[in-house]
Design a protein around this ligand. Structure first.
Ligand code: PMP
Length: 360
């Protein structure tokens, strides 16, 4: 069966060369006579995988030397809890910018553990925009300010990050990490579930600045303390070995493409082509968010009726374009176009959109 164009929001499409390399070396990893999932996580072979994955991420994402990179289980959702556990002091609070469901979930955990304050929210307009810097009300006592760089469900994205009055800035970059150049040094911590731009589900990357890590609370359960994983270099316990390995292959592919500058350029082209097709459709396709907040990773759109949307999704699937149904909470259409989606996939999709429009 030929491979389809996979627009799933996550887990999502991965680079074919990475999957092929994984397949080729699966039964005998580099002459060990074992697969990567059968060797010890403390073996030289896996240590090399771990070190190379970290080095590639550091190089490709321009992570400065005063950051540590750790690989954890539990998804980005566990970070929603670990962050306030580690960094809100007793009796303190942290600030959250609420731009969608994932930000709300992060806030929910902060409120279970300590106290989360809303510094700004776009809920008043169904999360169709990104609050501007001047609308942020930052608590001088906040332990940190948390934002979600790309809102996977609602289709908005930060295109410039706010100044947060000298507070530690923490970002959930699960759905746009390594899709474009960002100034990592502005952040105290960045975290991301791997299953969009980095690899398979099962591993979460945490990039944490030394001065922020130094402010962590003590007395936490061992596995829930960032310090444990920094000190153990992600090997305190058995890490998600296979996920880290497939992340290494994915990062190698990013490097072979020419690195982040090339990836960013292609991502911009893909988003421009798609949004242009929407805007030139005379209202047949309607983008759901404010144009300046449009995401390059997840584009959300509506058609005239739910029936027409269902037909669009079904016909697209027949044409080899899968995974276009919007999130169950908002409906409509969502086009997820992470790094591994080639420009050709968006060209095929936009051709299909034009044909579908003529037909209807
Ligand atoms: N944050 C964002 C922005 C997401 O898109 C997702 C998952 N789609 C999550 C957090 C939750 O990630 P996980 O399922 O890895 O816990």
């Amino acid at each position: 069966m030929p491979r389809i164009y996979n627009f799933n929001p996550g887990p999502s499409t991965l680079p074919l060369p990475a999957l092929e390399k994984c397949q080729t070396e699966f039964l005998d990893y580099k002459g060990t006579g074992m697969s990567i999932v059968e060797i010890s996580h403390r073996s030289k072979d896996f240590e090399a995988v771990l070190a190379d994955t970290k080095a590639l991420l550091k190089e490709l994402f321009f992570i400065p030397d005063n950051f540590k990179i750790i690989f954890l289980g539990g998804g980005a959702s566990l970070q929603f809890a670990m962050l306030p556990m580690n960094f809100i002091p007793t009796g303190g609070s942290a600030d959250y910018i609420i731009t969608g469901e994932w930000a709300q979930r992060a806030l929910k955990e902060a409120n279970i553990i300590a106290r989360g304050r809303v510094a700004a929210s776009s809920e008043d307009k169904q999360f169709t925009y990104i609050p501007s810097e001047k609308d942020l009300v930052i608590d001088p006592q906040a332990a940190y300010v948390h934002l979600t760089s790309n809102n996977t469900i609602f289709g908005t994205q930060y295109h410039a990050f706010p100044e947060v009055k000298g507070k530690f800035l923490v970002a959930d970059m699960s759905s746009d990490i390594l899709s474009r150049r960002v100034d990592v040094s502005k952040f105290a911590m960045i975290y991301a579930g791997a299953q969009k731009n980095l690899g398979p589900a099962g591993v979460t990357v945490v990039i944490i600045r030394d001065d922020f890590a130094a402010t962590a609370n003590s007395g936490l359960p061992t596995m829930l303390s960032y310090g444990t994983h920094i000190k153990g270099d992600s090997l305190y316990n058995t890490p998600p070995v296979f996920c880290i390995y497939l992340m290494q292959l994915t990062l190698q592919w990013v490097k072979e493409q020419g690195g982040l500058a090339v990836i960013e350029k292609i991502n911009r082209q893909k988003a421009e082509l798609l949004y242009q097709t929407i805007d030139e459709s005379n209202g047949f396709y309607r983008g759901t968010v404010q144009p300046e907040a449009r995401s390059w990773m997840n584009a959300t759109l509506r058609l005239a009726s739910e029936e027409l949307e269902a037909e669009f999704v079904a016909e697209a699937k027949k044409a080899g374009l899968h995974g276009l149904k919007g999130h169950r909470s908002v409906g409509g259409i969502r086009v997820s176009m992470y790094n591994a989606m080639p420009l050709a996939g968006i060209e095929k999709l936009t051709d299909f959109m034009k044909q579908f429009k003529s037909k209807h």
